[in-house]
Ligand binder design. Structure first.
Ligand SMILES: [Zn+2]
Length: 241
């Protein structure tokens, strides 16, 4: 599986629970490392890029502090080492993400999708962290209530609803505009297809992020803040309990 190949899905897209993989370095430039295969999630859609380690056959361990998509090709994943490193194309490597951090991001990302089922308004911003997450909604009415949101999220996580992904054609997506929730970012299109995350019967939307397998894995969360950012904009913040 080549991450430079436009027709191949990324590992995190098909198995978000995969933590470690054997790969080869195919390019390095300006402090970025490109592998022929990777488990690292590149920052996007409000979800931070993964951190982790690259282990080499000579025993060297290189810390990866961030992961991005290449501007020239969103299918190319750039691993950012902590310090510039001298490695060569063709080197064998074991790439492993910081799983605890990623799993928190998965739990929070799925939680924010549940949020979209609770609050019926367009999303204008999104940020996912290890302890908290936030969504900005285009919502002029200050009708949101923290306790009510917390209770609804608890009900939805308790149902342990399966979370699955699939792709639809960009053409199909145009016919179902409600699948695109975010006004701040257009969905990524690869080979004419867009990835969709489906929380069965609860929420379905275009998303390229990593998610837990069922809503029960999110655990207890609390809505801790509802802020008015502008006349139309409400920022809602949730934290893990
Ligand atoms: Zn998402």
């Amino acid at each position: 599986m080549l991450n430079t190949g436009k027709d191949q899905p990324m590992r995190y897209e098909t198995d978000s629970y995969l933590r470690r993989i054997s790969a080869k370095v195919i390019a390095t430039s300006e402090g970025m490392i490109v592998l022929n295969d990777s488990v690292f999630y590149p920052a996007g859609g409000g979800q931070p890029g993964d951190t982790g380690m690259l282990g080499f056959a000579d025993g060297r361990q290189i810390r990866i502090v961030d992961t991005h998509r290449a501007l020239w090709d969103p299918r190319v994943i750039l691993h950012v080492p902590e310090t510039p490193v001298d490695i060569w194309a063709g080197a064998d490597v074991v790439a492993e993400i910081d799983w605890d951090r990623r799993y928190l991001h998965m739990r929070m990302h799925t939680c924010l999708h549940l949020f979209c089922a609770v609050v019926d308004a367009p999303v204008t911003g999104c940020s996912i962290g290890g302890d908290k997450g936030r969504l900005d909604f285009d919502l002029p009415d200050p009708t949101l209530d923290r306790d009510e949101i917390t209770e609804q999220l608890a009900n939805l996580t308790a149902r342990r609803t399966p979370v699955t992904t699939r792709t639809v054609t960009a053409e199909d997506l145009r016919g179902i505009p409600e699948l695109v929730r975010s006004r701040s970012a257009a969905p990524l299109v690869f080979d004419g297809r867009v990835r969709v995350v489906d929380i069965a019967g609860v929420d379905m939307q275009a998303c390229g992020g990593t998610h837990v397998a069922n809503t029960g894995e999110i655990g207890a969360v609390q809505c801790v803040k509802i802020e008015k950012k502008s006349r139309h904009n409400r920022r809602v913040v949730v934290e893990f309990d």
